[in-house]
Design a protein around this ligand. Structure first.
Ligand code: SAH
Length: 355
């Protein structure tokens, strides 16, 4: 039975499901889900990410995390973790760039939080020299200092969507009134988790919440707050989200979110304020939300690109110039993507995220 038929029969039996529940099935169904069945990245896949555009991305993140580690007294041992590592490219670039940092590799245990089996296999190949461990959830990471990167991880976590109706909210749900998947709305009801959004929204506005982000941020912020460490969270989104940001992507083109369950990537913008609030409650300080362009420029991406270009020729040289532009330019990824840093209340923000 196709994933769409399975979702339809579930809806016929139990009624409409939340957008989050639909997204969860589409992405993570154990045999038919999007991430269970493929490597979605790269030119032949559905989308491309910063580490797949250029090695410079992972290298600069490595330098930021390694400097943060030194600034906190080089704690050993520690966990060097990545959430949703894709093909393992970012971690491989990070590790290559930090080889010369005294004691960093010797003290690091590499931990990868990943649900996709095909991607776990690619990560095992990319990181064969580093003996990583894999985990289903952030909660399974060891209790010790934690230095962590999450690039385009939180946008893959399912969101619930609510439409403002006076002082109440109507939730968008996926149903099948005429036999095919369709979005509908619940009756208006109060929803205390959205009380703070009554101040900055009007009738008809749509807001999103990401329930799965809360346990993930809590687990990592508790470790960083208690044992030291830092997290760099990079994603597209903003401080406090507003509007419908759920999108489907197939072969690098926008697709209908309901038409091909399990065969299109589904993402939603990240509400960074929500992440920062949860992190604070769990004992961490957070940086200002910084655009990816500014973050990478502060870490020296221009000098790095010039250096790499000086020893490259022809197409390789042209690719470096294009990559630098794609990662940093305001009209490309530079402004759309943001970086949030989490760190102990007694520490300074990781390099690149200074106030
Ligand atoms: N960070 C990589 C890949 C981004 S794609 C890059 O920048 O190239 C999203 C990644 O998150 C994939 O590795 C996917 O398998 C993983 N992922 C998505 N939802 C997840 C979940 N709930 N738990 C663990 N990993 C998840």
């Amino acid at each position: 039975m196709s994933l769409k038929d399975q979702i339809l029969s579930r809806i016929r039996a139990d009624g409409p499901i939340s957008v989050a529940s639909y997204m969860n099935d589409c992405l993570l169904h154990p045999t038919l889900g999007y991430y269970a069945t493929r490597d979605p990245l790269g030119a032949k896949g559905d989308f491309i990410t910063a580490p797949e555009i250029s090695q410079m991305f992972g290298e600069l993140i490595g330098l930021s995390l390694a400097q943060a580690w030194m600034d906190q007294g080089s704690p050993a041992p520690f966990t060097l973790a990545e959430l949703g590592p894709g093909r393992g490219t970012l971690m491989a670039d990070l590790l290559r760039a930090t080889r010369a940092v005294p004691g960093f590799h010797a003290a690091a245990h590499i931990a990868l939080v990943e649900r996709s089996l095909p991607l776990r296999q690619l990560q095992a190949t990319a990181l064969a020299d580093h003996d990583p461990s894999w985990h289903e959830d952030v909660d399974a990471l060891p209790d010790q200092p934690l230095f962590l990167i999450a690039n385009e991880f939180f946008d893959a976590l399912p969101v619930r969507q609510f439409v403002r109706a006076g002082p109440h909210w109507r939730e968008r749900r996926v149903g099948a009134p005429d036999g095919d998947l369709m979005i509908g709305l619940t009756d208006p009801a109060p929803y205390s988790a959205l009380d703070h959004r009554l101040n900055d929204t009007k009738d008809g506005d749509l807001v999103e919440i990401c329930p799965a982000a809360t346990p993930a941020i809590t687990a990592l912020a508790q470790r960083i707050g208690t044992y030291g460490g830092a997290a760099l969270i990079i994603d597209y989104g903003d401080w406090r989200s507003l509007g419908d940001t759920l999108q489907a992507l197939r072969a690098h083109k926008a697709a209908d979110i309901l038409s091909t369950p399990g065969d299109a990537d589904l993402t939603a913008h990240v509400d960074f304020e929500a992440l920062a609030t949860v992190a604070n409650a769990a004992g961490c300080a957070h940086s200002r939300l910084t655009t990816q362009g500014v973050f990478l420029e502060r870490l020296g991406i221009t000098a790095r690109a010039q250096r790499l270009a000086s020893v490259a020729t022809g197409e390789a040289q042209q690719n470096l110039i294009t990559a630098h532009r794609r990662l940093t330019h305001p009209t490309e990824m530079g402004n759309l993507f943001k970086t949030l840093g989490l760190y102990p209340k007694t520490a300074t923000p990781p390099p690149g995220l200074e106030p």
